[in-house]
Unconditional design. Sequence first.
Length: 128
Amino acid sequence: MDELVVKVDGKDYKVFVEETEEGKILVHYGSEVYEVETKKDLEQSAIEKIRKKSSDESSSEIKAPLPGVVYEVKVKENESVKLGQPLIKLMAMKMENEIVAPRDCKIKEIKVKKDQSVGKDEVMILIE
């Protein structure tokens, strides 16, 4: 178990952090124990959701996996893209989430723009 000092709202707290055999992170503060998700956990979860939604080869929609704000649109309409190529950076929970192409395809229509808020499952891009 590692001892750390973390700052929350400008106040320092001494906590103890441990990683379980299952790879979970536990933070001990006083008599309380909190399970936390790391940025990597959240990114992996978002990637898995994107892959699951995009696994249907006939799907022509790229949807937001979680609510957020479009930080950057990395493609243009009529552009051909490859599997895994970054399409959009979505800011959610103070983290950048990269939305990637589910397969080799062509960008048919971009339905969002920079700084636009999107809801979960909102269509952001149509592909062919």
